[in-house]
Design a protein around this ligand. Structure first.
Ligand SMILES: Cc1ncc(COP(=O)(O)O)c(C=O)c1O
Length: 389
């Protein structure tokens, strides 16, 4: 037989590994480095949730669940979202339990996209969506929000729709935002919903940070635009459960039915033990996220003040656990160069803004989901770097 020459999915050739993980790994070899790179809570999963998981193992919850997830979990999801965000979804047909928010948005995008479709994404944006869009043969259209304090406006939506028209299949919203921490008021969400209602497109709204909104109560676009919205959420951030891999899709039955197909054939169902723990998180631990939020708020205030004093320009974040800061004049304006210099010379790793789209060039992202001692030391080192010039 002649030599085997593998030919892969051509779309994969257009995808590179996550730039955040890549930079994080590149910094690992620097001795004593403080990493403020990954978007991962430093808290551990609450004890009562862990105990629910242990109990589930002991009680032999070791079999598959139905594809859409345990009904008791879907009911808990309904109650949690109804109580917290005034959205109403039927556990019989409108809620899917997924493997993290990652599978929730991936299964959703694969269910709605055809080759040649376009997807609008306000940027800077979380870099997880683009590769899935590419895999589906569709195209990402970035809407640069950097001149508007990273806030998407109805005018921007109208301009993008006028330019790309019928080819647009969906828009992805993410608020509170990774990487900017920006979120939307009730009035802003209503204005965006009013604009999107005029267009025949899906609204994939990734609200995974909804429990981490500092000033106002989080407002879901699912409250105003349920016919078009695919609401994405999960327990990774609200309950410090990144490793349990539990996410949710909430959407109208006709849409959920199609997403259920991609979900079923990609993963069958989320892990049974994690689903049992998730029931406990959403019922016994309904307000667990609020305790963590107070700790994050204190850290945000600290990092925001330190960096502003050092000359960084920052739109004050009102949610999630990130600071997105403009690199001051006199420093490398290429965000990768800035981050490399900081990491190599002063042993602090933060993420280049360019990882979040063209609009992120000239910025850096700091994840402040780290303990205060670490943040204090990181700010000392950042100060030393800034003052060295
Ligand atoms: C905006 C956003 N969506 C989704 C995810 C992934 O969430 P999960 O761990 O539930 O897959 C992240 C993780 O950082 C995120 O920031």
């Amino acid at each position: 037989m002649s030599e085997f020459i593998p030919h892969f999915n051509q779309q994969l050739g257009k995808i590179t590994p996550s730039p955040i993980r890549q930079f994080d790994e590149d910094c690992t070899s620097i001795e004593g480095i403080i990493k403020l790179t990954l978007g991962e809570p430093d808290f551990n999963t609450p004890e009562h949730v862990k105990n629910a998981g242990i109990k589930a193992i002991q009680e032999d919850f070791s079999h598959y669940t139905i594809n859409s997830g345990l009904i008791e979990l879907r009911e808990a999801v309904r109650d949690f979202f109804q109580k917290k965000y005034r959205v109403s979804y039927d556990p019989q047909g409108e809620i899917l339990v997924t493997v993290g928010a990652t599978e929730a948005y991936s299964a959703s995008l694969l269910a709605i996209l055809n080759p040649g479709d376009k997807v609008l994404i306000p940027t800077p944006a979380f870099p997880g969506y683009g590769p899935v869009i590419t895999l589906a043969g569709a195209e990402t259209i970035e809407i640069d929000t950097s001149n508007n304090g990273f806030v998407l406006s109805p005018d921007m939506i109208e301009a993008a729709m006028a330019e790309h028209g019928d080819q647009v299949k969906a828009i992805i919203l993410n608020y509170p935002s990774n990487p900017t921490g920006v979120t939307y008021t009730r009035q802003e969400v209503i204005a965006i919903a009013d604009s999107l209602r005029n267009h025949n497109i899906f609204v994939l709204s990734d609200e995974i940070y909804s429990e981490l909104s500092y000033d106002d109560h989080h407002v879901s676009i699912g409250e105003f635009l349920p016919e078009q919205t695919i609401l994405i959420s999960g327990l990774s951030k609200s309950h410090a459960m990144t490793g349990w891999r539990i996410g949710f899709v909430l959407t109208r039955t006709a849409i959920a039915r199609e997403i259920a197909k991609t979900h079923q054939f990609l993963v069958t169902a989320a892990t049974t033990v994690a689903q049992k723990a998730a029931v406990n998180a959403l019922t016994v631990g309904i307000d667990d996220g609020l305790v963590m939020k107070e700790a994050y708020r204190e850290r945000r205030d600290f990092v925001f003040k330190e960096m502003t004093d050092l000359g960084f320009e920052i739109a004050k974040p009102s949610g999630a656990f990130y600071i997105f800061a403009k690199i001051p004049a006199g420093f490398p304006q290429d965000s990768l160069m800035f981050c490399q210099e900081l990491a190599n010379q002063h042993r602090v790793a933060i993420v280049p803004g360019s990882a979040f789209g063209v609009a992120g060039q000239g910025y850096v992202r700091i994840s402040y989901a780290a303990d205060m001692d670490k943040l204090v030391e990181a700010m000392k080192r950042l100060k030393a770097y800034i003052q060295s010039k």
